[in-house]
Design a protein around this ligand. Sequence first.
Ligand code: SAH
Ligand code: SF4
Ligand code: F3S
Length: 440
Amino acid sequence: MKSYYIFTYGCQMNAADSERLAHQLEEVGYIPTDDEKQADLIILNTCAVRENAELKTYGRIGELKHLKAKNPDLIIAVTGCMAQKNQAEMFKRAPHIDIVLGTHNIQHINEMIADVKRTHRHQINVDMDNTVLPELKAKPNGTFSAWVPIMNGCNKFCTYCIVPHVRGREISRPVELIVSDVMALGSKGFKEITLLGQNVNSYGLDFHDGTDFGTLVHALDGIPGIERIRYMTSHPQDMTPDMIRAIGESSNMVTHLHLPAQSGSNRILKKMNRHYTVEHYKELISCARQYIKDVVLTTDIIVGFPGESNEDFEKTVQLLRDVQYDMAYTFIFSKRSGTPAAIMEDQVPEEVKRVRLQQLMDVQNEISLQINKEMENKVFDIIVEGPSQKDPSMWFGRTSGNKMVLFSQEDSISIGDTVEARIDKAQTWVLYGTVVKKGK
Ligand code: SAH
Ligand code: SF4
Ligand code: F3S
């Protein structure tokens, strides 16, 4: 019996791809192992979105060298966005890698492994075909929650971003296939699914027949067993009031809306090639507050984009204050070679970026805490996820708005149960609660 171990970096897309890799490996008899030191095959499914993601992965690849020295039959494969970006250069930097497999080629993993065994040579396939999206089966990692990719790629080309270069053009999966995947998951006991795409709001536009994300939301409403449908990521350019209304009216779409703003300055948004204004963005937020009851809002922000002045930065701080997000994921601009922003003039000094990041986080943490405090003494439905990493004596679950609630575990509660919890104490990142009702 041969065993495999997959390291997954980056976004949920990669998590979903890892499940597709796992399915294929198990089809030919590989079994999973929890210990990479025992594995006959190690896959690193990588991310290239920021430089530190790449550095971390190269560090890990370096650490695997001694395993290869001990076991020359060990096969090491690098898949995902960094494989697509760096291609054969990966072998130069780390000759102990055996396989480099691009984002459009994971369906070839077993052939590549066979080729390595036969030839004992490096194997690479980074071809991109932007016209087809292979349908691949997955081996879900979870027991009650599953990823459902609805599209691949991105056509937006924000000037800072590597994703369109490494994931290719947008291709949507037909509504019927998504519906049948979700029905199958529902009948197997899955109660939560997450629809995945770089821009879920441009879903279906490539069919040119009027299909859009709203169509999908309607088609997925009421599927037996499916209590919650999450979706990410939304893009302010393609998200329409109609879509927001469809989400608000649906019986199973969650109350969490992640809507990356990236900046609060129109001047910077323009340089980022994000085709919306702060004013338009705020209208969408008002719409979400109107149509999605108790909406929980989160965003992504980049600080230190080339040319970002103090004044631009202050506008971003103001946006956080105006919108009152539940949470913001804040990133320091990272140069990605091959993207226009990497060679723009007026790069912001590292020190300034760090100071701005801290300032933004301080503002947001205060807002998050204040919003969470308003949840105290109220009761929310949570789906139980299991023991908390933060405090293993406690368990945790999530609200529809994706807030994490920690509670003391009782014997009669199992992973995947939906329970009602009262919030006793709120912190910035997490809520402490008591289960007041089991079942729904
Ligand atoms: N498709 C999604 C995001 C994908 S990448 C969207 O458009 O919102 C996730 C986040 O990483 C982005 O929202 C952005 O905030 C951040 N990001 C992307 N490229 C970056 C870069 N070069 N430097 C810093 N952050 C970046
Ligand atoms: Fe990157 Fe922009 Fe596409 Fe998001 S929309 S993946 S940030 S290019
Ligand atoms: Fe990273 Fe690729 Fe996702 S670059 S964020 S793993 S699409």
